[in-house]
Design a protein around this ligand. Structure first.
Ligand code: BGC
Length: 514
C-alpha cells in the first residue's frame, strides 16, 4: 500500500547516552539563532504601520492610507512598502547559498557567528537610518544574517541532539523564532505610542540584542561531532560525542558518524551530487517542504496581522494587541510539538495540523466573504470580528505544532552528511524565496482576490497534506546518519537508493518494515 506508512521505523538504533546538561545548554544557546529571524519577522509589520516611519520614508503610502478608500481590501496595497519587508528575504536567499560552504568547511558555529555579526551591523544601519538607501542596506545585511543563521542552526541542533530527542531539540529553533516574533510585537506595541521618529528607531535598532546573543553564543559553542569528523578532527569528535552523550561508550554512534564521513569524502561536489538520482528524495523534500511551509499562508498572519485586523475594522491599537495574542498562542502551541514530535512522530503532526489549518482557513474565507463580499465595502460586527480572530488563532495553533517547526526539522535531518549543507541551503533558499513572494504579493493579492485569498492557501494546504501522507516517511528516533534506511524502505523513494548504501535490497527493507 502507498504512503510510506511503516509500522516500525527502519534505521532506529539504540545508542548509549544520557541526557546531559551539556547537550541541553548547547542546544539552548544554539537555538538563539532563531531569535534574529523571529525578531525581524515580527518587527517589520508593526513598523510599517507607524505614521512617523511612513512619513519619513514612504510619504505616498501614508497619503493613500489617510484618504478614505472605498475598498477595504486595497487600503494598504503598496509595492514599495512591501519591498521594504521582503528585500530581506532575497538577501537571505543569496547568503544561505554561501553559508553552506562555510558551514561545511569551517564548521556550523562560524556560520552562526557570521549570521549574528551581519545582522548586528544591519540593525545599526536601520536604527540610525536617514534615508531609504540606509534602510535598504540595513535590510540586506539583516537578510545576510538570517540566511547564515537559518542555514547552520537547524543542522547544528539536529547533529548535537540525541537521536530519539532530535525533534524536541530542533524545535527549539522554531520556539526561538516565535519568541523573537512575540518580543518584537510587544516592543512595537509600546514604541508605536512614542511621538516622532524615536519609536521606529528603537524597534529596528533593538535587533542588535538578539544579534549579540547569537554572536556570543556562537563563540562559546563547541562544534558538532559530525562536523569535527568531516573536517578531520576525529579525536576531538570522539571526546565531544562522549561529553554530550554523558558516557564513554559511544563506539557504535561514533562508528556510524565516521562511516558517514568516509562515504561523504567520496563526494567532492555536494551541489552537483545532490542532483544524482540517489539523492532524489532529499532533493524533492528540501524543495517542497519549505515551498509548502510558505504556501500555508502563515506569513500573511506574521507580517500583516495588524493590517489584516485593521482591514477587519479593528482600531490600530486593538490590531497590534490582537497580533500579540496570535503570537503568544503560536508560541505556546509550538511547545505541543516540542513535547510530542519524538513520541507521535512527524507525520501525525503534519497531518493533524494540516487538517486543522484547512478547516479554519475555509471558515475564515467564508466569514470574510459573507461580510465584505467581493466589493470590499461593509463592516463587521464585534462578535463576528472576534470569531474571525478565534479562527485565526485555531489556524495559527495548527501551524505551530506542524509545518512551523517541522518545516525546519525535517529538511535538516533527512540528508546524508555529504549533501547536508547543500540540502539545507536549498531549504533556506526556497523558504526565503517564497517568504519573499508572499510578503511581496499578499497585499496585492488581498486587493484582487479578496476573501478568495484564504481559499487559495487552503487549496495548497490540502495538496501538502496529501503530499505528506503519501511521500514523507517517518523519521522519528532514526539516527541522522542512518536515514538512508528510511528512504530505502519507502514504497516510492526506495527505488532511488542503491542497495550498497544500506546493505540490503529495497524489497528486504520493505518486508522488514511492514
Ligand atoms: C517560518 C516563517 C514564519 C515563522 C512564524 C517559521 O517556521 O519559516 O516563515 O514566519 O515560522 O510563524
Amino acid at each position: 500500500m502507498a504512503g510510506g506508512f511503516v509500522s516500525q521505523t527502519p534505521g532506529v538504533r539504540n545508542y548509549n547516552y544520557k541526557l546531559t546538561p551539556k547537550v541541553f545548554v548547547t542546544c539552548f544557546i544554539g537555538a538563539f539563532g532563531g531569535l534574529i529571524f523571529g525578531y525581524d519577522l515580527g518587527i517589520s509589520g508593526g513598523v510599517t504601520q507607524m505614521k512617523p516611519f511612513l512619513k519619513k520614508f514612504f510619504p505616498d503610502v501614508r497619503k493613500k492610507m489617510q484618504s478614505a478608500h472605498q475598498d477595504e481590501y486595497c487600503r494598504f496595497d503598496s509595492q514599495l512598502l512591501t519591498l521594504f519587508t521582503s528585500s530581506l528575504y532575497l538577501a537571505a536567499l543569496v547568503s544561505s547559498l554561501f553559508a553552506s560552504t562555510i558551514t561545511r568547511l569551517f564548521g556550523r558555529k562560524w556560520s552562526m557567528f557570521l549570521g549574528g555579526f551581519t545582522f548586528f551591523v544591519g540593525s545599526a544601519f536601520n536604527g540610525f537610518a536617514q534615508n531609504i538607501a540606509m534602510l535598504l542596506v540595513g535590510r540586506i545585511l539583516l537578510g545576510f544574517g538570517v540566511g547564515f543563521a537559518n542555514q547552520s542552526v537547524p543542522v547544528y541542533l539536529s547533529e548535537m541532539a540525541p537521536p530519539n530527542l532530535r525533534g524536541a531539540f530542533n524545535n527549539g529553533f522554531q520556539v526561538a523564532i516565535i519568541f523573537g516574533i512575540v518580543v518584537a510585537t510587544i516592543i512595537n506595541y509600546f514604541t508605536a505610542q512614542l511621538e516622532g521618529n524615536i519609536g521606529w528607531r528603537i524597534s529596528l535598532g533593538l535587533a542588535c540584542v538578539p544579534a549579540m546573543m547569537i554572536m556570543i553564543g556562537a563563540l562559546i559553542l563547541p562544534d558538532t561531532p559530525n562536523s569535527l569528523i568531516e573536517r578531520g578532527f576525529t579525536e576531538e569528535a570522539k571526546k565531544m560525542l562522549q561529553s554530550i552523550r554523558g558516557t564513554n561508550e559511544v563506539d557504535e554512534e561514533f562508528q556510524d558518524l565516521v562511516d558517514a564521513s568516509e562515504e561523504s569524502k567520496q563526494v567532492k561536489h555536494p551541489w552537483k551530487n545532490i542532483m544524482l538520482p540517489r539523492y532524489r528524495p532529499q532533493l524533492i523534500m528540501t524543495c517542497f517542504i519549505p515551498f509548502f511551509q510558505q504556501l500555508t499562508g502563515i506569513n500573511v498572519i506574521t507580517f500583516y496581522a495588524p493590517v489584516l485586523f485593521q482591514t477587519l475594522g479593528f482600531g490600530s491599537k486593538a490590531s497590534l494587541l490582537s497580533a500579540m495574542v496570535t503570537g503568544i498562542i503560536e508560541l505556546l502551541c509550538t511547545f505541543v510539538s516540542v513535547f510530542t514530535v519524538d513520541r507521535f512522530g512527524r507525520r501525525v503532526l503534519f497531518l493533524q495540523g494540516g487538517i486543522q489549518m484547512l478547516i479554519s482557513q475555509i471558515a475564515i474565507g467564508v466569514m470574510i466573504g459573507v461580510k465584505y463580499g467581493t466589493v470590499g465595502t461593509g463592516s463587521i460586527g464585534k462578535s463576528d470580528a472576534n470569531l474571525i480572530v478565534a479562527l485565526i488563532c485555531i489556524y495559527v495553533a495548527g501551524f505551530a505544532w506542524s509545518w512551523g517547526p517541522l518545516g525546519w526539522l525535517v529538511p535538516s535531518e533527512i540528508s546524508p552528511l555529504e549533501i547536508r549543507s547543500a540540502a539545507q541551503a536549498i531549504n533556506v533558499a526556497v523558504n526565503m524565496f517564497f517568504t519573499f513572494l508572499v510578503a511581496q504579493l499578499f497585499l496585492t493579492m488581498l486587493c484582487h482576490m479578496k476573501f478568495g485569498l484564504f481559499f487559495f492557501f487552503a487549496v495548497f494546504v490540502f495538496i501538502m497534506t496529501i503530499f505528506i501522507y503519501l511521500m514523507l516517511p517517518e523519521t522519528k528516533n532514526v539516527p541522522i546518519e542512518e536515514m538512508n534506511r528510511v528512504w530505502k524502505a519507502h514504497w516510492f523513494w526506495g527505488r532511488f537508493i542503491p542497495d550498497e548504501v544500506v546493505g540490503v535490497s529495497a524489497a528486504e527493507m520493505q518486508q522488514k518494515s511492514v
